[in-house]
Design a protein around this ligand. Structure first.
Ligand SMILES: [Zn+2]
Ligand SMILES: [Zn+2]
Length: 265
């Protein structure tokens, strides 16, 4: 199983970067985990977008979903997706419709956003859209997907992707405040993507994100084999964030995600 970082920015993009988006490939199966702003273009640099099998979304914030909009426009309006020939394309009665697995309530969120823009059904026309049951195992080709609710400003789910071919386990923490469920969910994962959004804890109100130090601590307590900091801006000093994470990560190796980072497991 290969995990590729398409974008690791927080709610605004790095220079030439993208918000959350991770391409998971096992054999010829292709899963996109998150589709934040900028991700569609990054995806196209690696695969033909009509060849994606499925997209899974952890929570309905813009930086995890916004590029579902251009992706949907492409699937609905691209010349080769039409039933009639549009040169140089021959026309098709079977246009590509990747699966889209949204969190509970996600279809309403996408419909509400698209209603404001005058095309309420765009995403549902483009994708075979459904909402996952966070309590159930979702089988996608050679991948098993599990979910765990984590505390955030909207309902959010950490996601485990397990290869049934290699047995490799990739756990992605979504966006979350410090919590025990993520530590439990990520136990002994081969690869752990953990958000390190904040230079310091939120000063007021409910918490919804981690600092790099808290990310390192979660990785240590989960005893993962390898941790990668994600959801962090290029406007932060990466070396400082990495140092803070390593101070709390114990024996767990920690690195900073970069666009195009690749992990095989
Ligand atoms: Zn979020
Ligand atoms: Zn986010």
């Amino acid at each position: 199983m290969r995990v590729r970082v398409l974008g690791k920015s927080p709610a605004w993009q790095d220079v030439d970067g993208a918000c959350s988006g991770y391409l998971v490939e096992e054999g010829d199966y292709r899963l996109l985990l998150e589709c934040g702003n900028g991700v569609f273009g990054k995806l196209r640099a690696h695969i033909d977008y009509v060849d994606l099998d499925a997209c899974v979304i952890s929570h309905c914030h813009a930086d995890h979903t916004l590029d579902l909009v251009p992706y949907s426009y492409a699937l609905v309006f691209a010349p080769r997706q039409q039933p009639v020939p549009v040169p140089p394309w021959p026309g098709t009665d079977d246009p590509a419709r990747p699966e889209l697995h949204l969190p509970p309530g996600g279809e309403k969120v996408m419909r509400t956003v698209m209603t404001a823009w005058g095309m309420p059904e765009l995403v549902e026309r483009a994708f075979r859209s459904s909402e996952y049951d966070p309590e159930a195992v979702l089988t996608l080709g050679p991948l098993e997907i599990r979910f765990r609710a984590v505390p955030h400003f909207v309902p959010a789910y950490a996601v485990e992707v397990r290869s049934t071919v290699t047995g490799g386990r990739f756990v992605y923490g979504s966006d979350c405040a410090p919590n025990e469920d993520l530590v439990d969910f990520a136990q002994h994962a081969d690869l752990f993507f953990v958000e390190a959004t904040l230079p310091r804890p939120e000063r007021s109100g409910p918490r919804g994100h981690l600092t790099a130090g808290e990310a390192g601590e979660a990785a240590a307590r989960a005893a993962v084999k390898r941790a990668v900091l994600v959801h962090i801006s290029d406007e932060e000093d990466a070396s400082v964030a990495l140092e803070r994470a390593r101070e709390t990560a114990g024996d767990v190796p920690v690195e900073m995600a970069a666009a195009e980072s690749i992990y095989d497991l």
